[in-house]
Design a protein around this ligand. Structure first.
Ligand SMILES: [Zn+2]
Ligand SMILES: [Zn+2]
Length: 333
């Protein structure tokens, strides 16, 4: 059974996914094989393969088509290989120094297109809007479950971003606990009575040198302390705590911005692997002001090395000022 184990040295948790011995070839990055592509012989996310996934939780589909049959545009299913178990409740137990918790949580896959060969950034803007609407719908649905405390939306694209299937998809995990990284923004608010992200946005816009793109509702910037080369953040101008509060109008702008940004990054960075991570406020916990949802897009041009493992300090070979200029020039107005 999957379980969470407390890392007392790093004040964090580790998800131990399975209790079976895996061979090197079972891992995505197989050193001995030397293959640096995702090798898929069979794709469960393709249209026509609906019966090979667990039954769908939600879909946008053509009128008159039945769930779990072809005819869908965006489809959400439980993650078949999840490290989390949606049944039961969250509990933890200790044995001396060692604390473990049930692997309770809900893990969903949002299949972003029925077409196997269309990449996320290649999807039409209308299709991207549907994806963002599905993410909002699932976010709000999971937030209804009082056992969930934090909802993590993320995307792995390419082998070096941790993707194990190439068919375009995002994932959402409902967790029974709030990650430690989530405590920084409310702490800043408590001490300064202003949202950290609103304040940074104000200063970045005044400086301008790390701004990549601006629209009515969103700003794209390369953060001051970028951990990864060409790391970019998409930040809503409106102080909004939860991704689930995003409006249709904002989604239509976001879809255009994301398409343009990713097309630029993939072209400029020669088809790089990347992750997208949504940072948002916890749910079903005592209210603490100071969260401001945003998206982080991190190209994975280098793999994590020893100093990062040891100190947690990333070494980024490209300054965010240079990255912002390069992306800004290529992205245009
Ligand atoms: Zn496929
Ligand atoms: Zn704010």
């Amino acid at each position: 059974m999957p379980e969470l184990r407390q890392d007392v040295f790093k004040n964090s948790w580790v998800v131990i996914a399975t209790d079976v011995e895996l061979k090197p070839r079972d891992f995505p990055i197989n050193r001995s094989g030397g293959q640096h592509v995702i090798a898929n012989s069979f794709c469960p996310f393709c249209e026509g393969q609906e019966s090979t996934t667990p039954p769908e939780l939600a879909s946008y589909r053509r009128d008159g088509t039945e769930p779990n049959t072809p005819g869908w545009q965006v489809r959400t299913v439980p993650n078949k290989y999840s490290a989390f178990n949606p049944e039961g409740t969250f509990y933890s137990q200790s044995e001396g120094m060692f604390t473990r918790a049930s692997g309770f949580g809900q893990h969903e896959v949002i299949v972003e297109t029925p077409s196997h060969d269309l990449e996320f950034h290649e999807l039409p803007v209308e299709q991207l809007e549907l994806v963002f609407k599905m993410l909002r719908q699932r976010y709000n649905a999971l937030a209804e479950d009082k056992r969930m405390k934090y909802l993590q939306i993320y995307k792995n694209r390419g082998l070096f971003a941790g993707a194990s299937l190439s068919h375009s998809h995002s994932q959402m995990v409902g967790l029974p606990m709030v990650p430690e990284s989530c405590r920084v923004m409310p702490r800043y608010y408590e001490e300064n009575h202003i949202c950290l992200m609103c304040k940074v946005l104000e200063e970045e816009l005044a400086l301008g040198k790390r701004i990549v793109w601006e629209s009515e509702h969103f700003v794209i910037l390369c953060p001051y302390a970028s951990r990864f080369s060409y790391e970019t953040w998409i930040v809503p101008r409106r102080h909004t705590e939860h991704y689930g509060e995003v409006t249709d109008l904002e989604i239509s702008e976001l879809a255009k911005a994301v398409k343009r940004l990713l097309t630029t990054l993939l072209d400029k960075l020669e088809n790089t692997s990347y992750n997208i991570v949504f940072n948002t406020a916890p749910v079903n916990v005592d209210y603490q002001p100071g969260h401001h949802w945003n998206m982080e897009i991190t190209p994975r041009l280098i793999v994590t090395n020893g100093i990062e493992m040891g100190t947690g300090y990333h070494i980024n070979p490209v300054s965010p000022e240079i990255a912002a200029r390069v992306i800004r020039e290529k992205m245009g107005d």
